[in-house]
Design a protein around this ligand. Structure first.
Ligand code: NAD
Ligand code: ADE
Length: 414
């Protein structure tokens, strides 16, 4: 199939980017060497629906080295880096994506990706899997299974499974320990601030940061805000997470109370309308609004438009909204994931582990052909193997249980 991309001439810039991250992804490098010999995906078509930046580009090349015919498609219209996509096409991968695709183009690209007739899928957020189930069910018979990258995608998969609609086995990569403990927490923690700081060029120290959602991502965003010298407020709906935030040293209050206090607001709940009309009515003048959750529905853009007189672009990725009383707020990256739409996503060393899990889980699907149409955990062996390889790449050794200790831990009689 013919690729649908912005400009093939950008390829050399994309190759530079991929080459840089590759030199910081030692675990994936090892898997690349393994796959180049064992060819686990020989004769298989793989569709990868992820944020199309350099680390994803390298993952696509590793799957290709494993013998697959690979197509990539964007999981978000603003996170696509056109130079990376061009480099992939240059290396024989089919691509359907360009930066800033309209909603219509985004869905056309997903349609094209499904028509590539995948045998294996990597999805991020569930749009590809939802599309193939709803519009192209006849193609599901070719699909061995797939892997899902993020919390929101797994919620959608579990809903498909509960309703008895899921027709393929799916592996919940997000739920592996060596994924969410590092990617969601430290990856999001660092890359969200990278995205906000490179876009606004404003100081964080001494400011009030409101983080809405204290899950794995929210903890990382709050921790890094504290490290930058901010006063951090957490808004939660889960009483246990709220106590956790309190014990971690943060103030906890409802969003309505936090709205007049914050200088930066970061939503990271996976939920919708967490910043809405009632909050906007009292929100602090000059507040910066950013989202790090999967979809651009956490900050209600319809409410923002209703509550304000007008809005204008003041800088790339910054939209200024003016209220009738003269207050202003600034929305970053159209309310899409700020670390990917206004940044390069998580650091390479973090995505090394996440994408190693993706690659090994995809291989697992090819080796286990009696899986049911369910959502599966990443196996403990794969999860631990990724952690072991990461430690080894850092030259770090850890202790082992002695036989005596193993026996002690296994025995109820002391
Ligand atoms: P999580 O389930 O660990 O945390 C979400 C938290 O939000 C929970 O504690 C929940 O109680 C809270 N919450 C839900 N609704 C709320 C509301 N109305 N007000 C306040 N709190 C609310 O999930 P997570 O792994 O932290 O992921 C959060 C989102 O971020 C998901 O959409 C996920 O897909 C996405 N994600 C983004 C990135 C990124 O790179 N930006 C990386 C990983 C995950
Ligand atoms: N880069 C590619 N995919 C990503 C993701 N899901 N989160 C953060 N950075 C990424």
């Amino acid at each position: 199939m013919k690729s649908q991309i912005k400009d093939l001439n950008l390829a050399s810039k994309g190759e530079e980017k991929i080459s840089w991250v590759k030199s910081h992804m030692p675990v994936l490098n090892l898997i690349n060497q393994e796959f180049s010999k064992s060819k686990p995906f020989k004769g298989k078509r793989v569709v990868i629906c992820l944020h199309l930046e350099a680390k994803t580009g390298y993952l696509a090349q590793v799957i290709q080295a494993g013998g697959a015919e690979v197509a990539v498609v964007a999981s978000n219209p603003l996170s696509t880096q056109d130079d990376v996509v061009a480099a992939l096409v240059d290396s024989g991968i089919t691509a359907f994506a360009w930066h800033g695709a309209t909603s219509e183009e985004y869905h056309e690209h997903l349609d094209s990706a499904v028509k590539f007739e995948p045998n294996l899928i990597i999805d991020d957020g569930g749009d590809l899997v939802a599309l193939i189930h709803s519009k192209y069910p006849q193609l599901l018979k070719n699909v061995i299974g797939g892997c899902e990258e993020t919390t929101t995608g797994i919620l959608r998969l579990r809903s498909l499974e509960r309703e008895g609609i899921l027709q393929i086995p799916m592996i919940a990569v997000n739920d592996a320990l060596s994924k969410y403990l590092f990617d969601n927490r430290y990856g999001t923690g660092q890359s969200v601030w990278d995205g906000i700081m490179r876009t606004t060029n404003l100081v964080v120290s001494g400011k009030t940061v409101v983080v809405i959602g204290y899950g794995w991502c929210g903890k990382g965003v709050a921790l890094r805000a504290k490290g930058l010298g901010a006063n951090v407020i957490i808004c939660e709906i889960d009483p246990i997470k709220a106590i956790e935030a309190l014990m971690d040293g943060f103030r906890v209050m409802p969003m309505l109370e936090a709205a007049p206090l914050g200088d930066f607001f970061i939503t990271v709940t996976g939920n919708k309308n967490v910043i809405r009309q009632e909050h906007l009515e009292v929100i602090n003048n000059n507040a910066i609004l950013a989202n790090a959750g999967h979809f651009d529905i956490e900050i209600s853009k319809p409410d923002l438009e209703k509550a304000t007189l007008d809005n204008r672009k003041v800088k790339t990725n910054i939209q200024e909204y003016t209220f009738s009383d003269g207050r202003k707020v600034f929305l970053l990256a159209e309310g899409r994931l700020v670390n990917l739409a206004a940044g390069d996503g998580h650091p390479a060393e973090i995505m090394d582990m996440t994408f190693a899990l993706q690659a090994l889980s995809l291989e697992y699907l090819t080796q286990n052909n009696s899986l049911e149409n369910k959502v599966y955990k990443v196996t403990k062996e794969i999860d631990e193997r990724v952690a072991i390889l990461r430690l080894a790449s850092l030259g770090i050794e850890i202790d082992k249980l002695s036989p005596e200790q193993e026996a002690y831990l296994d025995n109820w009689q002391f």
